[in-house]
Design a protein around this ligand. Structure first.
Ligand code: FAD
Ligand code: N01
Length: 540
């Protein structure tokens, strides 16, 4: 019998699904704590996001000195990032270096996708069935499957009919793509589209960008990390990291204390100019009412419109690029290099899908309708259409908990969690940066490390107290969801058609997915929960 047959069962203490930054650190911590742990990963190497998203221009949008692990002081000292926002290959190399240094790969099974997971109430164990036909049985099960790892299925009429080259930014070919001399279409103008469009335009003979919603994008001003910024970081790295853990979004930054409506226009514009010149996501919100007061928000939105109008030569194209249907910072803002300038190039065209909607993708290209229907022909079509964010990869596994409860049904009307960590009826199942935690509203590295530390400490607590299971109470879960929704509703964030609200995926329940309270506040809540003997959890 081969090792991987349906009858083959591997027994471990903990199974982790996913070998991105979350799964890698979780493996390290659990191994150090003496838990027999295995990781199952669909890809053929570590890196997660940075393994899959290899499109031209892929970079992080949090300065990489911040977007890096803090748990390996030696690595922290030795590793130097070559740019403010490192490229995907450099971040992937970093993940691979960590895997090598800590010999992580020996406990990771690559090319193994988890299909289902079932809780057995008698044995108090999870059984995970893989696409290799074998089962991994574990007492504890950690989903480190990522928030932006399940690509959205293209909901464009005729998708799949195109006979030319088709690419997805979310699973770009490892060998790269040569667009030289080609007629290329890019669908989508979120962060992935905005990063890749200028570079695709450099090579393509013709580039047509299909835009449904324009986004706010700031110049990244990439280059070496400024000396002053490096100094701020290296003066006392541990203090800097601690400040990140206690901050709003996981990067040390002053909290705005002044209303945009209480300063004069000159001061406001100077603040917005500063944001434009700095290109740092973590330092973009200059006034305390930008995310809560439409009038205040409008002042920053108008500033951005002026910047776009001053950059794009054709006034009609500039207007199309000005976001008017959502407030600034209610969708994740983008960082770019020459995005708006790209529309000044003679071989680049912008198609506004509101006036000329896609009627169908055809074998030869894309047909658009409206008052001026056209049949456009392409050699390559790039989908930069995003992800089924935060819940997609979790419910992508067929998870069955106590008494046959399925996670898909439990989350029918939107995800329900306590602290974004666990769900009622699914004992011993943890989610790293799950819905209901700060997660994608933060520097993910900080949120990942906090969840991994919390999960590891929890498993150690159970072990040292001879306890087998942990699960939230229904009351705690209900109250946490209520708190998260109430908090989000105090802001403008739920008003946008964003993936934060699940509005990008047809039929997905519309609830605000991450916790808006900030990483510092959330950490304090988790710490208090532990101090009060796992308040809101039933342990047994
Ligand atoms: P991932 O890196 O997504 O890893 C999840 C892994 O789980 C994947 O390897 C996947 O193959 C595997 N997996 C999923 N389902 C299964 C299954 N059923 N069976 C087996 N394996 C499975 N965040 C920031 O904070 N700053 C940034 O600058 C930033 N830039 C980003 C840029 C891009 C292009 C994208 C897409 C996201 C970015 N993010 C950024 C968010 C990013 O996803 C996180 O920062 C972080 O990398 C997530 O790590 P993770 O380990 O939680 O998940
Ligand atoms: O995805 P998105 P993404 N027809 O959902 C459009 C992180 N990230 O991969 O807005 C036509 O933002 C869609 O239009 P609309 C970051 O957190 C970071 O770009 O739904 N268009 C939108 O324009 C980011 O927020 C970086 O109207 C369709 C685009 O496709 C998150 O990942 C880089 C369509 C999708 O944008 C997701 O970013 C990359 C359709 N049927 C990603 N369906 C950094 O810079 C969708 N669209 C660090």
């Amino acid at each position: 019998m081969s090792e991987n047959t349906r009858e083959s069962v591997t027994e471990v203490d903990v199974v982790i699904v996913g070998a991105g930054f979350a799964g890698m650190y979780q493996l390290y911590r659990l191994r150090e704590a003496g838990f027999n742990t295995t990781v199952l990963e669909a890809a053929d190497d570590v890196g997660g996001t940075w393994y899959w998203n290899r499109y031209p221009g892929a970079r992080c949008d949090i300065l990489t000195v911040d977007y890096s692990y803090s748990w390996d002081p030696e690595l922290q000292k030795e590793w130097t990032w070559s740019e403010r926002y490192a490229t995907q290959p450099e971040i992937l190399r970093y993940a691979q270096t960590v895997a090598e240094k800590h010999d992580l790969r020996r406990d990771i099974r690559f090319k193994t996708r988890v299909q289902s997971a079932t809780w057995n109430e008698d044995t108090k164990r999870w059984a995970l069935l893989t696409d290799q036909g074998d089962t991994v049985s574990a007492k504890f099960y950690v989903m480190a499957t990522g928030c932006l790892s399940m690509p959205k299925v293209p909901d464009v009429p005729g998708a799949g009919q195109f006979a030319g080259e088709t690419y997805f930014t979310s699973s770009w070919p490892h060998e790269g793509v040569d667009f030289t001399g080609k007629r290329v279409a890019v669908i989508g103008t979120g962060s992935s589209g905005i990063q890749s469009i200028p570079l695709i335009a450099e090579d393509a003979e013709q580039l047509t960008v299909f835009q449904r919603t324009p986004n706010f994008s700031f110049p990244a001003h990439n280059g070496p990390v400024a000396e002053a910024r490096l100094e701020e970081y290296s003066r006392d790295v541990e203090a800097y990291r601690q400040a990140a853990r206690e901050s709003l979004i996981g990067v040390p930054a002053d909290k705005p204390t002044v209303s945009a409506m209480l300063v004069d226009e000159e001061e406001r514009i100077a603040a917005y100019e500063d944001v434009w010149k700095t290109g740092e996501l973590a330092k973009q919100i200059k006034f305390n009412d930008i995310q809560v007061n439409p009038e205040a928000n409008e002042t920053h939105r108008q500033f951005m419109h002026d910047k776009i109008r001053n950059t794009v030569n054709d006034p009609d194209v500039a207007e199309l690029l000005c976001p008017t249907n959502h407030y600034i910072f209610t969708k994740r803002p983008c960082l770019d290099t020459n995005y708006y300038q790209t529309f000044n190039l003679p071989h680049v065209r912008l198609v506004d899908l509101h006036s000329q909607p896609i009627t169908s993708i055809t074998a030869k290209g894309i047909d658009i309708g409206g008052d001026h229907p056209e049949q456009l022909e392409f050699d390559a079509v790039v989908f930069a259409t995003g992800f089924d964010a935060m819940t997609g990869a979790i419910v992508g596994v067929d998870i069955t908990g106590r008494d046959g409860a399925t996670l898909r049904s439990a989350w029918d009307e939107g995800p329900k969690t306590y602290l974004g960590l666990m769900t009622v009826d699914f004992p011993n199942l943890f989610m790293i940066t799950g819905p209901g935690s700060p997660s994608v509203l933060s520097n993910m590295m900080v949120s990942i490390e906090q969840h991994v530390d919390l999960i590891t400490d929890t498993l150690e607590h159970l072990r040292s107290n001879d306890l087998d299971t942990i699960e939230p109470t229904a009351l705690a879960q209900d109250r946490w969801m209520q708190h998260g929704n109430d908090f989000a509703d105090l802001t403008l964030l739920p008003t946008a058609n964003s993936w934060y609200m699940g509005r990008n995926v047809p039929g997905k329940p519309q609830v605000f997915l991450p916790y808006v309270g900030g990483v510092g506040r959330y950490r304090a809540i988790c710490d208090e929960m532990v101090e009060r003997d796992y308040l809101g959890f039933t342990v047994g």
